[in-house]
Design a protein around this ligand. Sequence first.
Ligand code: GRF
Length: 224
Amino acid sequence: MSRANSQLKIAVLISGRGSNMQALANHVETPNASYQICLVAANKPADGLSIASDAGLSTALIDRKSYTSKQNHERALAEAIEASGANWICLAGYMSVLSADFIARFEGKIINIHPSLLPDYKGLHTHERALADSQKFHGVSVHLVTPVLDDGAVIAQMRLPVRSADTQESLSARVLVLEHILYPMVIGSLASGAVTLDAGQVCWQDISVANALSLPEDTTLIFG
Ligand code: GRF
């Protein structure tokens, strides 16, 4: 199904609804697509797997419950990724902290999307915590994965103003819209060379990629 020519081949890891995976897959269907999705894998039964399968993507359920240890589960996951031909891994709502061994096996090639303006609000419940702190701004980050949770170099972020009437639901819905714009843009930029990651350093070579995006009002794109 892919029209991409690039060598950027990704495995997308999910645990749930898979809306970011869907956004990445939608981009593959556009004339400007620059990467391929080799595999969508989940660590538990996930709605996103049937969405991926319906879109013609290769899928794998590598259920954590079928393995006696995290190490064995991650070994099976790594082997499936390598067998798929993927050379990058995109975490998209993958709800398990990857071990240092797994991250070392794919060093510098694992990207995550996190619903906060990192380094603020690592971990869970980001929208709730931003609201509790009366933050003026909130948003989403795409970053490199390192063994420290949500700590790797930020590649790009999108920021929006928090409204006084925002609830956790309204804020997360507005951030999700940004997630679906940001993630394909970043992966496409990695594929085209508009951004390079060298030894954990993010270097934007061409920020004109931003011109092609239609961002919701009051949204700011921040290059890492
Ligand atoms: C997203 O908010 C993502 O930023 C976070 O987990 C959520 C996954 O949502 N890491 P979806 O499964 O992509 O819809």
